[in-house]
Design a protein around this ligand. Structure first.
Ligand code: AMP
Length: 541
């Protein structure tokens, strides 16, 4: 017997219609590049998102066409998050921290038909312009000039967005957005979200034991909108009707604290590097800042140090540790204590809160080792695998990579973890050796390959070392070719020709030979052990 309930599609138009109808007066605040604040409301956001959708339809956007956005976090980007999929298109958020070559690769791989770019990011566009060929580029300006060869975003809305707009007939399985992740093999891979995955992800994020977003909240997503849907916050916050505050390009601790204080933010999210800076500022000037009591801060992207949770507690600011991935939309787990943990002593509570936490409803996790599924004993490590209605089932152009899924349909995360008897996840390592600096990936493999192309280098292994500000920074361990003596500065300049500055290793260590595993791979665990302790290393940079 089948259930007799309506089969209404789980699609984004409902979010926008609801927001426009019920929350018209709710403010959306964005910081402009010149630091001034732009204030708008859900009513305007509703109107402009529909205008964007209409304008894209008038330009001939077809269902499934990709529109790339190269933008910071602000209200116009939020319009793109909605307007593009409402027209049947796919919003492809472009990582503005990518090296131009990689950015061009991603635009071409996704076949972005149109691009929408912040005027302050035009130099980055110029760096890829001769390698990409979008049909049109629209520039969102704060009243400035639109360069030759581009069109104005405001003019697009004004001239093409008028008149009636009817939502196309969208299936909940249609693609809604796209985000590229860095893969272990170096090439970024495209993750494609659907209306259904996004709707379910947003609803679950709003649950009290997940992010607990409500209409009472003022949400400040610090996590970039180009990275994994800003952890889904723009969609979840719109569903809940939260006040929304966006930092634009100003991500320094003082600018963020000003926004938190002045706009009375109750909920924020970002990588540990951001919170580390905020904590330092709070400690340096405790009387300068008055934030909302018990403001929640979701911290993820890298492991959160227990000490950080403790220190924020002293300021009555509540860290929620989360684990996620681009391939998981991105929410996987979130650390909340259970009711019966109330009696635990403070140290045990902090130890628990530093774990990555419990899987969100509808997400299943397991760890797998050589003997099969690992026991949930909090000790046995295994590769973390996940499945659920917002976990990617393939990458864009699936034929290029299938090894990330098991035969029985689980996604292989590449993380190594334990799960305890109560279901709490703890990430212990990464099977992949990418380096995560300030929330963004650096591929050790790419750096190694480049270094080994230097005439004076025989072998090179790049590892992550802990860094108090960036969480991790690359360190290169180099074996010189017989008879040559390369210098750190020389190698750094050599790499600088190919990589962005923040990719360049901070330290170079020179050794006679590199340790190897039985299969001949560099034994990075040994290198990490040797060089992560600064007292034991002989820095030559
Ligand atoms: P990305 O797809 O760029 O968001 O990166 C996802 C990866 O970041 C995961 O596979 C983990 O290796 C790492 N990661 C995310 N959150 C955490 C966390 N809370 N603790 C440790 N590692 C994390």
């Amino acid at each position: 017997m089948l259930g007799a309930v309506m089969d209404r599609p789980l699609t984004l138009p409902h979010f926008l219609e609801r927001a426009g109808e019920l929350f018209g007066g709710v403010p959306i605040v964005s910081r402009r590049p010149d630091r001034s604040l732009h204030r708008t409301t859900y009513a305007d956001f509703y109107r402009r998102s529909r205008r964007l959708a209409k304008a894209l339809q008038m330009l001939g956007l077809e269902r499934g066409d990709r529109v790339g956005t190269l933008m910071w976090n602000h209200a116009v980007h939020l319009e793109c998050y909605f307007g593009i999929p409402l027209a049947g298109g796919v919003v492809h958020t472009l990582n503005l921290r990518l090296d131009p070559r990689e950015l061009a690769y991603v635009v071409n791989h996704a076949e972005d038909r149109f691009l929408i770019v912040d005027d302050v990011l035009l130099p980055l566009l110029a760096a890829i312009r001769d390698r990409v060929s979008p049909e049109k580029v629209f520039v969102a300006t704060a009243g400035g000039e639109v360069p030759e060869g581009c069109l104005g975003y405001e003019e697009l809305l004004e001239e093409q967005g008028g008149g009636d707009f009817d939502y196309p007939d969208l299936s909940e399985h249609d693609a809604v957005g796209m985000c590229y992740t860095s893969g272990t093999t170096g090439r970024p891979k495209g993750v494609v979200y659907s209306h259904r995955s996004l709707v379910l992800h947003s609803i679950v994020e709003c649950l009290p034991d997940v992010l607990g977003l409500s209409q009472q909240d003022t949400v400040l997503p610090v996590v970039p909108m180009f990275h994994a849907n800003a952890w889904g916050l723009p969609y979840a916050a719109t569903l809940a009707g939260c006040r929304q505050v966006y930092p634009g390009p100003h991500l320094d601790a003082v600018s963020l604290l000003e926004l938190m204080q002045d706009e009375r933010v109750t909920f924020s999210a970002g990588v540990p590097t951001i919170w580390m800076g905020i904590l330092e500022e709070l400690k340096a000037h405790p009387d300068r800042w008055k934030l909302e009591p018990a403001m929640r801060m979701v911290v993820g992207g890298s492991a959160v140090p227990e000490q950080m949770i403790r220190e924020f507690d002293r300021f009555d600011l509540n860290v929620l540790h989360a684990w996620g991935m681009t391939e998981l939309s991105p929410l996987g787990t979130l650390c909340r204590l259970k009711q019966d943990h109330a009696g635990l002593d403070p140290d045990s509570r902090y130890a628990l809160r530093a774990k990555q936490g419990l899987p969100a409803p509808l997400v299943e996790i397991r760890t797998v080792h050589e003997e099969g599924v690992a026991p949930r004993d909090g000790r046995t490590m295994g590769e973390l695998q996940a499945r659920g209605p917002w976990v990617a089932s393939a990458y864009h152009r699936p034929e290029e990579e299938t090894s990330s899924w098991t035969e029985d349909g689980w996604f292989r995360t590449g993380d190594v973890a334990t799960i305890d008897q109560e279901g709490y996840l703890q990430i212990t390592d990464r099977t992949k050796d990418l380096i995560k600096s300030g929330g963004e990936w650096i591929s050790s493999v790419d750096l190694e390959n480049a270094l080994m192309a230097h005439p004076d280098v025989a072998e090179a292994a790049v590892i992550a070392v802990a860094d108090p500000k960036w969480q991790e920074r690359p360190l290169a361990v180099v074996v010189a070719r017989p008879g040559s003596r390369p210098e750190a500065d020389q190698l750094r300049s050599f790499l600088a020709e190919r990589f962005s500055r923040w990719w360049l290793p901070d330290r170079f260590e020179f050794v006679q030979e590199l340790p190897r595993t039985s299969t001949g791979k560099f034994k990075k665990s040994e290198l990490r052990e040797q060089f992560s302790d600064p007292r034991r290393s002989r820095t030559k940079s």
